[in-house]
Ligand binder design. Structure first.
Ligand code: HEC
Length: 104
């Protein structure tokens, strides 16, 4: 995980400099990434609501908008497009969907 974090933080310049690690992330790594990048505000179960964060367990936002909000941020939620590549963001978006109660 230390190596992974190093890779993720390495490309802080332009969007193109972000290393394309997303495609290689497995389920456990996506979970770790969520706890590092999102857990502080949303909590492991998505329902923490720290700093005004929306409760992800009751969110009804479509996947595409979840993706965009992770990418570009909203309100006090920071944009991830400078620190994560699109494939990582896609995996986090999918992970966020799994935190919903009553998911299929
Ligand atoms: C600094 C705190 C913070 C962090 C870190 C953070 N968020 Fe958020 N998140 C928020 C806030 C605040 C909102 C509500 C934004 C608004 O609607 O004004 C939000 C909203 C969302 C929503 C929309 C929910 C809805 O139904 O409208 C999703 C999905 C989401 N966050 C996912 C994530 C994911 C995934 C990460 C990690 C990549 C993350 N967030 C990191 C604070 C945070």
């Amino acid at each position: 995980m230390a190596l992974l974090a190093g890779m993720l933080y390495a490309g802080c310049g332009t969007e193109n400099a972000v290393p394309p690690v997303g495609a290689t992330l497995n389920v456990e790594e996506v979970k770790s990434l969520y706890s590092v990048k999102c857990g502080i505000c949303h909590g492991a179960d998505g329902a923490l609501q720290y700093a005004g964060a929306k409760d992800l367990s009751i969110s009804t936002l479509p996947l595409e908008e979840v993706h965009n909000q992770i990418k570009f941020g909203k309100g006090t939620m920071p944009p991830m497009n400078k620190v994560l590549d699109d494939a990582s963001i896609a995996k986090l978006a999918e992970y966020a969907m799994t935190l919903r109660k009553g998911k299929p």
